[in-house]
Design a binder for this molecule. Sequence first.
Ligand code: ZN
Length: 457
Amino acid sequence: MARQQILRAFKFTLAPSLAQESELRRYAGASRWAFNHALAAKVAAHELWRSKVAALVETGVEEAAARRQIKVAVPTKPTVHKAWIAARGDSRTGEDGACPWWHEVNTYCFQSAFLDADAAWKNWLAWVQGGRTGRRVGYPVFKKRGRSRDSFRIHHNVTKPGIRLTSHRRLRIPKLGEIRLHDSGKRLARLIGRGDAVVQSVTVLRGGLRWYASVLCKVTVELPERPTRRQAAAGLVGVDLGVTHLMALSQPVDFGAGPVELVDNPRHLLAISRRLHRAQQALSRTQPGSGRREKAKQRVAHLHNKVAVRRAGFLHTLTKRLATGFHTVAVEDLNVTGMTSSARGTVKRPGRQVRQKAGLNRAILDAAFGEIRRQLAYKTSWYGAKLVVIDRWFPSSKTCSACGKQNPRMTLADRVFTCSCGLVLNRDMNAARNIAIQALPIPALGRGTVASDRGET
Ligand SMILES: [Zn+2]
């Protein structure tokens, strides 16, 4: 065991008063304003650079050379912050400016939004310059009220913590005051009391009609340096994420209701998902600008949030069990998942009937895959296990997990993998076993261990 500090977020559902709720909206508005303000400064610098390059090209310089020659600094947080202080004005003294109401809101609300704009810009730049693999990162967009998520983040001086739990049911945020919590903050309060957790910041966000606070803490934990004997004995598990089944596993795992190799989305999640689908249809039938549309919109947002909350709880159970139960967890590269075409369809274009069977909304599934990967990454490190990400260059759903032979005749409709060697296995389970085999240091060993499954139906 080694004592280590990790960052951990504690999530609470807030129960703000009506007055507090309008304050929260105002803070979210200030954060949006600050993000847009910082982004506008970056966009302006970028435009200036572009026009200077264009002017130089006019004079006969080659484009690539002109791009290298022209330098325009894109302002980052320190510059933006300084300029903002100089130009913001102050409604208390009647001084005119860009943001004279700034003193009504916690100042950290602006600062963290400036930082977020930096991050958005950096991500886009990294993608353009090819330093970042993965999903395409678009040019940063301005946040729009009603379109972007309402949220803001507040920091504090950790030596004089202003963000704190004043009781198990109350969270104090500087300048905003004490907000009641729906759920208990007992666990966090205890950790703080023992000196095992130090609050770093709080992010407040709206999901549907509810407001949540995510309190980010530096937590001191005892991290195992190596897997337990039980984990070592269980070895490696391959996880295939898919549309028909949320997860297929290379070996049975007990999540509380007996060992399973296929994990489906729970019934209650499917039920809400269907309600969400109907609410979305109802929304599309309303007239723009009507009162009914507003109502329908609220309902969609509310259900969206409900799905997200329930799904999060469900996924935590799955990922914790995998991270604590095995020496190594192997998953496929998310990117590659998006491009692989198989019976399950691709992430972008799932097979038609498959999607109906799955019954879960596209966007929800996409988010679930990303979330599972994210949770597995940090939980495996917490519990002394290892996460192996497989670059799926081989057609895992067309390859036999027992003998390694390929079966090119597998079609989109085939739910069962059959091989001339005698293997008969659920297609997703076969894929999960292939993922496990890919993660083994010696592939030949893997083939041997699953060969006993021949003939299984
Ligand atoms: Zn075979």
